[in-house]
Ligand binder design. Sequence first.
Ligand code: EPU
Length: 423
Amino acid sequence: MSDVRFAIRPSTNLQGAVKIQGAKNSVLKLMAATLLAEGEHRLENVPNISDVKIMAEILRSMGCVIKFEKDGVLVIKTPPKDEINPFARYELVEKMRASIVVLGPLLGRCGQAEISTPGGDDFGHRPIDYHLDGLSCMGVSFEQKHGYVSGTAKRLQGARITLEFPSHTATDNLLMAAVLADGCTVIENAAREPEIIDLASMLCEMGAKINGAGTSRIEIEGVESLQPADHEVIPDRLDAATFIAAVAIAGGDVFLKGARSTHMETLLRKVRVMGVVAEGEHGGLRVRCDQRLKSLDVATLPYPGVATDYKPLVVTMLSVAAGVSIVTENIFAGRFRYIDELKRLGADISTEGHHVVVRGLLRLSGAPVRAPDVRAGAALVVAGLVADGETEIFAIEHIQRGYEDLPLRLRSLGVDISERSGD
Ligand code: EPU
């Protein structure tokens, strides 16, 4: 665990412009997709975050040569199929459960894969049955033992797969497996996130035939082989939401360079009801707030609903809004750990099953807190803007998994935040 902490003091009236980074939940899948074609792939707008470094380590362990270049460019050289080592070991998968997205491309290209099974995490139980069931429909035989799942197939067969729930990474895996399968695959009840569209775009640039990405029915016509691609990662809607929450809480007028309002329409509708002005402009999104936030009821849902990842930020905003709000979690039963940390900052929050009742206060009260996961950690940073005294955030490595230079970018808008080492 890092001994560096973030120290935040109350800050108001944020001003300026900030660049929104490339999307974590896109780039990790795009990196995995490079396993599908031999040669040199080039990704642009790659955020400098620790999850990208972990995915790079995983790909290296499989035989890819990875080079981080200047200005967010990542070059990945993928070996011929018989030189790929289709094995993801425990020490790497354990660091990042998103590493499960190498399963689909490995099976699609090499016909075999062995991956440490990801355990549960701070959100609770996180099964991978949709991934395995879907791939089994395409002809993969799986065996699970000694904490690893191994799959084999000669060539994957196109299939019609209906997901029980529109799982994001299960859709990623099935999409990447299907592009090299024999025949047509249809994924029904597919996830519809913008990151799925980004992955499908890159796969099409590589020569894949995909229709319907971004809708709940994706059709993939398998091809014999793919070529490497040059692709720019879409902006991160969670990063944008973090800055929206900061402006909502501290007040001010900030331009989010690169943010795409079309990727976050439901959230924007909700924050407008809370009193935030958020307008898509050429090249980004302008966010303004000059009043106390209003309370609101909100429930998390699969995209295009309000994402579960926004929830810690939404609860934080509501903790200082006028009135009582109810926030309902419908995706991850256990995603409540950060509530106790917000309560340490004085927030008036109670939980009942998967509902959170938030009674808005005028201010919070600075305290040492611990980031339980990446989004909750960012929400605690935002809470610090309106917490009297100092808020010191421990376990910031969780935040660094998904955010590039968060303190630096916040400082550029006038936020009083510093990094401090433990000694
Ligand atoms: N589920 C199953 N079986 C499966 C897969 C999922 O029961 O095989 C359930 C989950 O337990 C959950 C629901 O389906 O209740 C949805 O989970 P989903 O599979 O969509 O989540 P994920 O793909 O594992 C991605 C993001 C998460 C984000 C969720 C929900 C990545 C790398 N991760 O996870 O992002 O919270 O979708 O939108 O894309 C983050 O960025 O910090 C993060 C955790």
